[in-house]
Ligand binder design. Structure first.
Ligand code: 4FD
Length: 247
């Protein structure tokens, strides 16, 4: 997959995507990235990329022309069709389902706004989707773009050593929160590892983990789960848990 990033700070993303799973995916050629800086396409002595907002108000707005030239250069760099995404608090929430959809595309282009944002005419003319990583405002879209890069990169075939772990992460295979994880030592002053995980009984371990995911999701993120839509096995696991809790 190819990801182009249009940003006034293209190195920022490059560094954020240089380590770990994403860095390894790039080393393996599973993911290629290129940054494009609108300032390189800005005209005049001051190479302006922003200007004051019509109608007054605080801050600055990114100018159309440098963005348009940077986007055109990025598009021309590869023949594959490209999905142009603008990262902003006004975008649709990024979910794992959306990540899976994006991860299957040949190319992405992530546009990172700074200041108060981008001239609306550019967005209307050039952007395919506007996405938000959460309901908060950052100083620039670069961190949001780095989140998309990471989430998409780890889903590239071969990016994760044990493909299984990609599936078991929360929000992936089944839309539930992840179960708790434990490692050595078995005994610790902070507590003991649950016996079922030491039993070697993989069917019981899988059941316990599913039960933990269900309970955690109901307790922490009831918005993610519709109990009436649960299968018989999941309903049984919840009933057993509630019985154990004397609920
Ligand atoms: N929640 C997000 O995904 C997000 C994305 C970008 C951003 N800051 C840059 C910006 C500010 C205002 C308008 C457009 C872009 N902050 C948060």
């Amino acid at each position: 997959m190819r990801i182009d990033v249009v940003s006034l700070f293209p190195d920022f993303i490059d560094q954020a995507a240089a380590v770990g799973v994403v860095g390894r995916a790039r080393e393996r050629g599973l993911l290629t990235m290129q940054g494009w800086n609108p300032r390189d396409y800005a005209e005049g002595n001051y190479r302006r990329v922003d200007d004051r907002p019509f109608g007054g108000g605080p801050g600055m707005v990114m100018l159309i022309e440098p963005l348009r030239a940077a986007l055109a250069a990025a598009r021309a760099a590869d023949p594959a069709p490209v999905r142009v995404i603008y990262m902003s608090p006004q975008g649709r929430p990024l979910t794992q389902a959306k990540v899976r959809e994006l991860a299957a595309l040949p190319r992405l282009l992530l546009l990172c706004g700074r200041y108060e944002g981008v001239d609306e005419r550019f967005l209307q003319a050039e952007i395919d989707e506007e996405l938000s990583i959460g309901d908060y405002v950052l100083s620039g879209g670069e961190l949001a773009a780095a989140v998309v890069v990471d989430a998409v990169a780890r889903l590239q075939d071969g990016a994760l050593g044990d493909a299984e772990s990609a599936v078991q992460d929360s929000f992936e295979g089944d839309g539930l929160l992840d179960c708790p994880h434990y490692t050595r030592p078995v005994e610790h002053d902070m507590g003991r590892v649950p016996d079922v995980l030491l039993s070697g009984n993989h069917a019981e371990i899988a059941k316990w983990r599913r039960q933990q995911s269900l309970v955690r999701t109901l307790e922490r993120r009831p918005d993610l789960i519709d109990e009436t839509a649960l299968g018989k096995a999941d309903r049984r696991l919840l009933a057993a848990w509630r019985a154990e809790q004397g609920g």
